[in-house]
Write a protein that binds this ligand. Structure first.
Ligand SMILES: [Zn+2]
Length: 65
């Protein structure tokens, strides 16, 4: 859906890093280098970013009423 505000495992705030991560990886930067540059060192936070699929725009089309 949307990236969680904090890492679900360690509690580090990560949501503010998502836009930059998306932009930099879309522009062809190596994912490892982007994660390192953003300060995501623990593998729980890194896994959160690597496995995340942003579905909010898709889901938002199916509103109630
Ligand atoms: Zn974490």
């Amino acid at each position: 859906m949307i990236i969680p505000i904090r890492c679900l495992s360690c509690g580090k705030p990560v949501a503010h890093l998502w836009e930059e991560y998306l932009e930099r990886t879309k522009n062809g930067e190596i994912t490892k280098k982007v994660l390192d540059a953003l300060g995501l060192e623990r593998y729980c936070c890194r896994a959160l970013f690597l496995g995340h699929v942003d579905l909010i725009d898709t889901v938002a089309r199916f509103k109630k009423s």
